[in-house]
Design a protein around this ligand. Structure first.
Ligand SMILES: Nc1ncnc2c1ncn2[C@@H]1O[C@H](COP(=O)(O)OP(=O)(O)OP(=O)(O)O)[C@@H](O)[C@H]1O
Ligand SMILES: [Mg+2]
Length: 430
C-alpha cells in the first residue's frame, strides 16, 4: 500500500458533486476520519466517550443531513463579512433559510424546538462526519455544486468531556472571531497564517437559548490561488486505522522529502509556526485559540513544502485586556468566553497550553525521540526559548504559581462538569 502522504499529492481546490478519495476534500477527509488517533489518556478517561450513534461517527460512511426550509423571519442570521457568495445564496435564499439539524437530534422530540422545526419541508444533503463528529463535511447537495464546506451542528449530547451545544451566543461568537481574524494585521502580513472561515451562523428563534448551526468554509482564508493540501495536526503523527501494514507516518515522509535535518524540520515547520501564529493571534486580537491536534491543520504545497497553519474552531476564549489595549471592540463575543487577568488566575491559559496543546507537542516529541533519537528536552528547550521571543509578556497570562492546571482527578464523569484545579506539575513546553 502506498504511503499516505504520496496519495495526498496533486490536490484540486473545489469539491465536485462528491468527495472522491482523489479530490482535495476527499484526501483531507480520509485523514479526518481514519488518522485522528483519539485514545483514552491517563488524565482524560473520557477521551473516547461519545453519545454519537454509530452511523454518524467519524469512521462511518456518509449519511443524510436533513435541512428544513424555514421562514427567515423566524431565524437570526449571522453572516461574516468574508462569507462566500455561493454559500450565502444556497443557505439564505430570499425569504427562507435552509436549517441543518443533526439527524440524531432531528429524531429526538425532547430536544427544544425539534417538533417546531421538523414540521417544515425538508431536503437532504449528503455529508460525512469529521474527526469532531458533530461537524460534518458536505459531499453532495441536491442540485448545486458549492465550494467545499463543513456544517458544525448543535448536538446536545456528550462527546468526550462536553455536551456539544451550539446556542445563539456561540454562533455569533464564532462568526465574530472569523471577522476579527480576517481584519487583523496578521492576516495581511503573516504568510504562514490561515484559518477556515466560520462564516455563517443561523439560529431558529430569537431567545438566548435558541440554537442553530454554523457553516465553516473548507477553503482556507486568505484564499490562495495555488493547489494545496491540508493535513490535520493529529494526522502528522497518527497512523491510519484503515491501513494494516507498517506505514510511514506523514511527518516522517515530509522530513525525508525535505532532505532537512529532522530536528530543524520539526522546529521550523511544525513547532515554531504553531507557537508564532498562536501567540500573534492572541497578542493582536485577544483570541486564545485552542490549538490542539484537532483544531490545528497544516497546509502544504503539492511538493509537500510547508505553507501555512490553518486554524479552526472559534469557540474560543477572548481576553478583554488585550482588546481594550489594542482599541478593539468587545461586541459580538460570547460573555461566557470573555476573560481578563483580573478574574482569571491563568487557569484557562494553562489548560489550553499545558494540557490541550501539550498532547500533539508530546506526540511529535515521542516520534522524534524514537525515530531520530532527538532528546525531547532539546525540543522543549528550543520551544521555550522561541516562545519567549514570540510571546513577549506571555508569562503575565500563565499561572503565577508556575504550576500547571488540569481537571480535578476523579471528577471526569459522564454528565458532570469537571472542576479545574492546580497541580504540582511544572510546565514543560514554556
Ligand atoms: N487527535 C485528536 N485530538 C483532539 N480531539 C480529537 C482528536 N481526534 C478527534 N477528536 C475529537 O474532536 C473534538 C475536539 O473537541 P473540540 O471542542 O475542539 O471540537 P468541536 O468544537 O466539537 O468541533 P470542531 O473542532 O469541528 O469545531 C472532540 O469531539 C474529540 O473527540
Ligand atoms: Mg475542535
Amino acid at each position: 500500500m502506498a504511503p499516505v502522504f504520496r496519495s495526498l499529492l496533486n490536490v484540486g481546490q473545489r469539491l465536485p458533486t462528491q468527495a472522491s478519495p482523489a479530490s482535495f476534500a476527499g484526501r483531507f477527509l480520509l485523514l479526518e476520519k481514519f488518522n485522528n488517533g483519539i485514545r483514552p489518556r491517563p488524565n482524560n478517561p473520557l477521551a473516547t466517550y461519545t453519545e454519537v450513534s454509530a452511523p454518524y461517527r467519524p469512521e462511518a460512511d456518509s449519511f443524510s443531513l436533513p435541512v428544513y426550509t424555514l421562514s427567515k423571519k423566524n431565524c437570526v442570521i449571522y453572516p461574516s463579512a468574508i462569507l462566500d457568495e455561493d454559500l450565502r445564496k444556497f443557505y439564505v435564499n430570499g425569504t427562507t433559510v435552509k436549517f441543518a439539524v443533526h439527524p440524531q437530534v432531528a429524531s429526538d422530540g425532547n430536544v427544544e424546538n425539534i417538533p417546531a422545526i421538523t414540521q417544515f419541508p425538508v431536503e437532504n444533503l449528503e455529508v460525512t462526519a469529521t474527526s469532531s463528529s458533530r461537524t460534518v463535511a458536505v459531499l453532495k447537495t441536491p442540485e448545486e455544486v458549492l465550494p467545499d464546506h463543513f456544517v458544525k451542528l448543535h448536538f446536545p449530547y456528550q462527546i468526550t468531556r462536553s455536551v456539544r451545544h451550539l446556542e445563539r451566543r456561540k454562533l455569533e461568537h464564532s462568526v465574530t472571531v472569523t471577522d476579527e481574524l480576517a481584519k487583523s494585521a496578521l492576516c495581511k502580513s503573516e504568510k504562514s497564517f490561515a484559518f477556515f472561515p466560520e462564516s455563517l451562523g443561523i439560529v431558529f428563534g430569537q431567545g438566548e437559548q435558541s440554537w442553530g448551526y454554523l457553516i465553516r468554509e473548507m477553503t482556507p482564508y486568505p484564499r490562495s490561488p495555488e493547489n494545496r493540501m491540508i493535513v490535520p495536526l493529529f494526522a502528522l503523527y497518527t497512523p491510519s486505522s484503515k491501513l494494516q501494514e507498517d506505514q510511514k507516518l506523514i511527518i516522517e515522509e515530509l522530513i525525508e522529502k525535505s532532505g532537512q535535518d529532522p530536528e530543524a524540520y520539526l522546529l521550523e515547520n511544525i513547532y515554531f509556526p504553531i507557537l508564532k501564529n498562536w501567540a500573534a493571534v492572541f497578542l493582536q486580537t485577544g483570541v486564545l485559540l485552542e490549538a490542539h491536534g484537532q483544531n490545528t491543520c497544516f497546509e502544504f504545497d503539492d511538493q509537500g513544502k510547508f505553507k501555512r497553519i490553518v486554524f479552526r474552531d472559534f469557540d474560543t476564549h477572548v481576553n478583554k485586556e488585550i482588546r481594550d489595549k489594542n482599541g478593539l471592540s468587545m461586541s459580538g463575543f460570547n460573555p461566557y468566553e470573555v476573560f481578563s487577568r483580573a478574574v482569571d488566575d491563568g487557569s484557562h491559559f494553562s489548560l489550553i497550553y499545558d494540557q490541550a496543546m501539550k498532547v500533539p507537542f508530546d506526540k511529535l516529541a515521542d516520534f522524534a525521540e524514537k525515530r531520530y533519537k532527538i532528546p525531547r528536552a532539546k525540543l522543549q528547550e528550543k520551544c521555550r526559548s522561541f516562545l519567549k521571543d514570540v510571546f513577549p509578556g506571555g508569562c503575565a497570562y500563565f499561572p503565577t504559581s508556575r504550576k500547571v492546571y488540569n481537571y480535578a482527578p476523579g471528577v471526569l464523569k459522564v454528565g458532570q462538569k469537571a472542576k479545574l484545579v492546580t497541580t504540582t506539575d511544572e510546565p514543560v513546553w514554556r
